[in-house]
Write a protein that binds this ligand. Structure first.
Ligand SMILES: Cc1cc2nc3c(=O)[nH]c(=O)nc-3n(C[C@H](O)[C@H](O)[C@H](O)COP(=O)(O)O)c2cc1C
Length: 221
C-alpha cells in the first residue's frame, strides 16, 4: 500500500473477526518495526506478545477488575487535567464511539458494558505489550516506544490487520506482571489489541476528526 494511504487509513479497531493471526505474521511485523529510530539507537523496547489461554486469563481478570471498580494504578500515570480543546476532542471521540454502537450517553448500563468490553480488549486474539527497564530515563525511552508502536500499527494495517493502542491494557499492571512473568524491574508502558478487523462494524467505520496543519503549526521564517 502507498505509505500515505497506510498512514491515513490506519484507525483504531474495536471489533475483530474471530480468526487466528499466525505467529509468523506477528514475527514479521516486529522484525520490520524494529527499524524504528530510537535515541542513540538504544532500542529500549521489550516486547511481549500474548495469545491463547494466557490472553484469555488476562482479559477476564482485567475486565473483572474494571467491573468491580478496582482503582486503576498504571505505572505510567494517566493525564489528570488537560486544556478545554483536548477535553472537547476526548468527548467527541466518546460520542463517536458510543454513537456508532447505538449507545445513548445517558444509558449508564450500556456504557459500562462497553467499558467492560474494552477491558477485555474488544475480544482481540492477540495483544502486544511494551515494557522498558525502570533503570532507564523513562521519558526518552517512552518516545522510542511510541515510535515503535506506531510503526508496528502501520505495518499491521498494511498487512490487513487491525490494531487498537490501549491504555486499558496497563491499568492494572500487577496482573500483567503476574500472568506474563514480567519482573518488577520492568515498567509496563502500553499495549495494543491486534486481530483481523471486522471492517463493516460501524465502530470501525465512523468518521474521525483531525485538526488542520495550520492549527498545530507555527512557521518561523
Ligand atoms: C496512548 C494511547 C492510549 C489509548 N487507549 C485507548 C483505550 O484504552 N481504549 C480505546 O478504545 N482506544 C484507545 N486509544 C485509541 C485512541 O482513542 C485513538 O488513537 C484516537 O481516538 C485516534 O483515533 P484513530 O486511532 O482511530 O485514528 C489509545 C490511543 C493511544 C495513542
Amino acid at each position: 500500500m502507498e505509505l500515505r494511504k497506510v498512514v491515513s487509513g490506519r484507525r483504531s479497531i474495536r471489533r475483530f473477526i474471530q480468526k487466528i493471526v499466525p505467529g509468523e505474521i506477528i514475527k514479521g511485523l516486529i522484525a520490520d518495526a524494529l527499524w524504528s529510530p530510537s535515541w542513540g539507537n538504544t532500542q529500549p523496547w521489550e516486547i511481549v506478545i500474548v495469545t491463547g489461554e494466557a490472553l484469555e486469563r488476562f482479559k477476564k481478570k482485567n475486565r473483572d477488575a474494571m467491573l468491580s471498580h478496582k482503582p486503576p494504578k498504571a505505572e505510567i500515570p494517566m493525564p489528570q487535567t488537560w486544556p478545554s480543546s483536548f477535553e472537547k476532542r476526548y468527548k467527541d471521540l466518546g460520542k463517536s464511539v458510543l454513537g456508532s454502537l447505538s449507545i445513548d450517553r445517558k444509558d449508564k448500563k450500556k456504557r459500562f458494558e462497553h467499558f467492560a468490553h474494552m477491558f477485555s480488549l474488544f475480544d482481540a486474539p492477540v495483544m502486544i505489550l511494551i515494557t522498558i527497564d525502570k533503570k532507564l530515563s523513562l521519558e526518552y525511552a517512552m518516545l522510542d516506544v511510541g515510535i515503535f508502536l506506531q510503526t508496528f500499527c502501520l505495518l499491521a494495517h498494511d498487512r490487513g490487520l487491525g490494531t487498537c493502542i490501549m491504555a486499558a491494557t496497563v491499568m492494572y499492571p500487577e496482573m500483567a506482571h503476574e500472568i506474563f512473568s514480567i519482573p518488577e524491574t520492568k515498567a509496563l508502558i502500553i499495549g495494543a489489541a491486534i486481530g483481523w478487523p471486522a471492517l463493516n462494524e460501524p465502530v470501525n467505520c465512523f468518521k474521525r476528526e483531525r485538526g488542520s496543519a495550520e492549527e498545530f503549526t507555527r512557521w518561523i521564517k
